[in-house]
Design a protein around this ligand. Structure first.
Ligand code: GLN
Length: 545
């Protein structure tokens, strides 16, 4: 039977519960255990797919096409846990399922209540990843203890220890120990209150992970242990990481977290082998080169809107022992100030995915600049579509070319709605989603990067390259470098007369790991590095991430 670890958070949000859970998952895997990761989100949306990136950051897409919370990106970057629809549940999804059953008459006349119907549904969701062969399921509860929306989830995980036996469940609470400058002290009271709230609902945490900007003294840990009713060895410090999120697992090992977890769960495992992870941190700490990449998007002011892209760029840097300095540039700023001013001096330009017309012209301009100046350029999803629009307008001379997403009446609809989307009206979960195979052209940059011709990548789009224009594009120097296996959907375009210009309809960023950098990101950063010695001008006036 699988063991269950529940990770809750207290005091404030944004403590890094996702990163901590991912780190725990990784450490247990390194101890030879088979782990499954799961996130329960208290919001009422059925999934985050319909939410603006300003709300919760990027929407993270899985192979099976589920649109999920960005914490699942941490899980996939840190672990090899297989993620699917059962890896992310929201309040909306739980209620939708219970109400659907009620309408079908499945409850035989009962009054439907939060306890037991909603909590039973949550418990069933928590048990789904516990398939045969899985040793540990780690379930992270979104939100903060005390939130109204979290209550049913906490009640459900409280019941799990009764159902499965306390020896099979472990509760980890992540909390904040703030430093008060005026008092020059770390304060333990918020942690005491937060654990108090958990205990009120019947959960006694087994382990406390204390986020803090300073190290905790033995006395402070002893005080927290006493007031929160845990042994002192179970008060684990997690100091802020200023350098890289990939430091988190190593620091948790130093404080004995993984050893404590396996002991408490009665699991016999070897010590974790972290050689490759230490090597990765060494590469990050002591880079041989530096490279500057502009990410030209419209959600640049939001730290998490392009989370996986920023991570994948770092991974691309790791592949070349290079520090990647990301310049987040708002595409609307390009519209007002010009690509020449804002992008001069960058070594590479990345245009990410997105929806809606705002900022489109700035993205198109950034791509024009990259094409003409021969700056390495990676276009992703909407970025690929903008590359096609730019080429149509400025190389083929079709000044009003556009995507029908933005101008349905354009005389040159070079990007148009996918056939399968024509009758779709619902917004939630209806795009072309998840993993689809593609075949690469032999002579393409993409095939060189991947080192093979058959690939599978994740998608999230409604629009596509309009096949009517293929021959005109190819004749003018934009090569179709990858298509769906039946040849019907264009997946990759490249410029022939350019050192490195690759634009893809899919989202490679979702499959990049620090120890396995994605080939396209590694290729892109490599091309940017090769360009670097040639460039002189470093006048980019951009915001640094
Ligand atoms: N809006 C575009 C489409 O739906 C691009 C989507 C994206 O970048 N994820 O096709």
């Amino acid at each position: 039977m699988a063991k269950h670890i529940f990770v809750t958070g207290g005091v404030v949000s944004s403590l890094g519960k996702g990163l901590t859970s991912a780190s725990v998952g990784m450490l247990l895997e390194r101890r030879g255990l088979t782990v499954r990761m799961q996130k329960l989100d208290p919001y009422i949306n059925v999934d985050p797919g319909t939410m603006s990136p300003y709300q919760h950051g990027e929407v993270y897409v899985l192979d099976d096409g589920s649109e999920t919370d960005l914490d699942l990106g941490h899980y996939e970057r840190f672990t090899n846990s297989v993620l699917n629809r059962d890896s992310n549940y929201t309040t909306g999804q739980i209620y939708l399922s219970v109400i659907t059953k009620e309408r079908k008459g499945e409850f035989l006349g009962q009054t439907i209540q939060v306890i037991p119907h909603i909590t039973n549904e949550i418990k069933a969701a928590v048990l789904k990843p516990a398939v045969p062969g899985v040793d540990v399921v780690i379930t992270e509860i979104g939100g903060t203890v005390g939130d109204i929306e979290s209550q049913p989830f906490l009640e459900a995980i409280r019941q799990m220890a009764l159902d499965l036996g306390k020896e099979n469940c472990l509760y980890i609470h992540l909390t904040l120990v703030p430093y008060l400058k005026a008092a020059d002290e770390l304060k333990t009271k918020p942690t005491q209150h937060s654990v108090g709230l958990l205990r009120q609902i019947g959960i006694q945490p087994d382990i406390l992970i204390c986020r803090s900007e300073r190290s905790l003294t033995h006395e402070q840990r002893a005080k927290i242990a006493l007031f929160c009713n845990v042994p002192i060895e179970a008060v684990i410090e997690e100091k802020d990481k200023t350098f890289s999120v990939y430091e988190v697992p190593l620091s948790l090992v130093e404080h004995g977290l993984d050893a404590l977890i396996v002991r408490k769960l009665g699991l016999q495992t070897p010590e974790p082998d972290l050689t490759d992870w230490r090597e990765l941190l060494e590469r990050l700490r002591n880079p041989d080169h530096e490279v500057s990449i502009a990410v030209v998007g419209k959600y640049c002011e939001h730290r998490d809107a392009y989370k996986s892209i920023y991570e994948a760029l770092d991974h691309g840097g790791i592949a070349h022992r290079a520090r990647v300095r990301v310049q987040r540039i708002h595409s609307q700023q390009i519209e007002s100030e010009g690509a020449e001013k804002l992008l001069a001096g960058v070594d590479g330009i990345l245009v990410p995915g997105g929806f809606g017309e705002r900022g489109i012209e700035g993205k198109v301009e950034a791509i024009r600049f990259a094409r003409q100046q021969k700056i390495p350029c990676l276009g992703i999803c909407l970025g690929m579509q903008c590359a096609v629009i730019e080429f149509a307008r400025n190389v083929l001379g079709w000044a009003a070319a556009h995507s029908t997403e933005f101008n349905p009446a354009t005389p040159h609809p070079v990007i148009c709605l996918l056939d399968e989307q024509r009758n779709v009206t619902d917004k939630g979960g209806t795009m072309r989603l998840g993993a689809h195979p593609a075949v690469l052209a032999t002579d393409s940059i993409a095939a060189q990067c991947y080192g093979k011709q058959e690939i599978s990548e994740r998608h999230r789009h409604r629009f596509e390259f309009n096949n009517d224009y293929r021959s005109e594009f190819a004749a003018a120097g934009m090569r179709i470098a990858g298509t769906s296996p039946d040849g019907m959907l264009v997946e990759i375009v490249e410029l022939v007369d350019h050192p490195w210009f690759v634009a893809v309809q899919f989202h490679p960023e979702f499959k990049s790991q620090p120890i396995r950098p994605h080939p396209l990101f590694a290729g892109f950063v490599g091309a940017a590095l090769r360009r670097r010695p040639a460039r002189r001008d470093t006048t980019a006036q951009c915001q640094t991430a």
